[in-house]
Ligand binder design. Structure first.
Ligand SMILES: Nc1nc2c(ncn2[C@@H]2O[C@H](COP(=O)(O)OP(=O)(O)O)[C@@H](O)[C@H]2O)c(=O)[nH]1
Ligand SMILES: [Mg+2]
Ligand SMILES: [Zn+2]
Length: 352
């Protein structure tokens, strides 16, 4: 008995000492690490952009005259490096801010640590596991357009997803060149503004100064139905991004994607755009029932005030939500949206 206890203690001590040793080692190893930004990831392959450079910079090996020049990649600000990660790190994604080390002799880097994330966009993989897609997105631009005619339920759905990801949303009505005077869409714009959402009106080849200013200091993701002009807008804002526009037979229609990578594109000095097929599908993934309520703040305010606790807000005579609609406190359209989303999710849950 005593023996066992003694051995257990020793094991524990050993582990503790090892742990202390390891963390001290890591501290030592990482004290000269560089700061970096993950600008692209394909599965476990990562590309990191150097945000700082070592001081002093490692010196290029000198070779005797006549000898071939060895490989050498200087560590420059903004240079992009293919990197591995330390095995103890969680799965990293585009947008992650990291600590890393560069090896000029190989042109490869190793990521040693990850900085805390301010946000994380995820999506289910084909095995229904949650996969991270992009980190540190600070603004989601929901693009809709005069044509194709927007489905307000879809916009509401995006808003629910943004709220769930805890990322502010900016609504952008694009293709305003196609707006008619007195267009019903202007009413829709006003409705969202009344609900407290930020809405901008744009035309892809028009003056985008206001939008560009709004994107300053943000890491942005553009979402929205196909054909609304996301790629066109992105091309106008960051011509370097070179988005393909208007390819109707885009592979995604067949459930495939031309690329599975998620990349980060700088917009000027302090802003960035993160783009990937996964992000384009943002908001269309499965949502949880309890997240719907939170995405409709004006409805959440009234929920719980119905006569019946299990009120379906449809046929009941004394329903607080329906009453709020009659009193113009809630838009009938928003209640319809809300109930449709609830229905959809309840149905999906019954199936699985
Ligand atoms: N009239 C008009 N057409 C636009 C505008 N922006 C984009 N388009 C057109 O709408 C179509 C779809 O644009 P695209 O950028 O590919 O949309 P995405 O699917 O959201 O990326 C293309 O034919 C564009 O030329 C705009 O502001 N006004
Ligand atoms: Mg596009
Ligand atoms: Zn009710």
């Amino acid at each position: 008995m005593a023996l066992i206890r003694k051995r257990r203690l020793t094991d524990q001590q050993k582990r503790r000492i090892e742990k202390q040793h390891k963390s001290r080692q890591e501290e030592l190893d990482t004290s000269n690490d560089l700061e970096g930004l993950v600008v692209q990831h394909y599965g476990r392959q990562l590309e990191v952009q150097a945000l700082t450079i070592p001081n002093p910079h490692p010196e290029k090996p000198i070779v005797a005259t006549g000898e071939p020049e060895p490989f050498w990649k200087p560590i420059e600000l903004g240079s992009v490096w293919r990197c591995h990660t330390r095995t103890n790190l969680e799965l990293l994604v585009t947008g992650d801010k990291v600590k890393w080390q560069a090896d000029p002799n190989t042109g490869l880097g190793i990521i040693t640590a990850i900085h805390p994330r301010t946000s994380l966009l995820t999506r289910p993989d084909r095995y229904h596991k949650v996969k991270p897609v992009a980190a540190n997105v600070s603004l989601i631009v929901i693009v809709f357009a005069v044509l194709p005619e927007p489905a307000p339920t879809l916009i509401d759905r995006y808003l629910v997803a943004c709220n769930d990801a805890d990322i502010p949303a900016l609504l952008v009505l694009n293709k305003t060149d196609l707006l008619k005077d007195d267009d019903h869409l202007l009413k829709l714009v006003q409705e969202y503004r009344n609900l407290g959402y930020e809405v901008m009106l744009t035309q892809s080849d028009g003056d985008l100064t206001e939008l560009k200013q709004r994107l300053e200091n943000e890491t942005v993701a553009f979402v929205g139905q196909s054909g609304v002009g996301k790629s066109s807008l992105i091309n106008s804002i960051v011509p370097e991004a070179l988005q393909k526009t208007n390819i109707i037979s885009e592979n995604s229609a067949l459930g495939q994607h031309t690329t599975t990578s998620t990349r980060l594109i700088k917009i000027g000095e302090n802003s960035a755009l993160i783009d990937s097929p996964g992000i384009r599908e943002f908001g269309l993934w499965h949502l949880d029932l309890e997240k719907i309520d939170a995405g409709f703040p004006e409805i959440s305010d009234v929920l719980g005030h119905c006569q019946y606790r299990n009120c379906t807000h449809t046929h009941e005579k004394k329903c607080a939500l329906k009453q709020a609609v009659e009193e113009n406190k809630i838009l009938a359209r928003r209640l319809t949206s809300y109930l449709r989303l609830i229905d959809e999710i309840t149905e999906a849950q019954q199936k699985s």
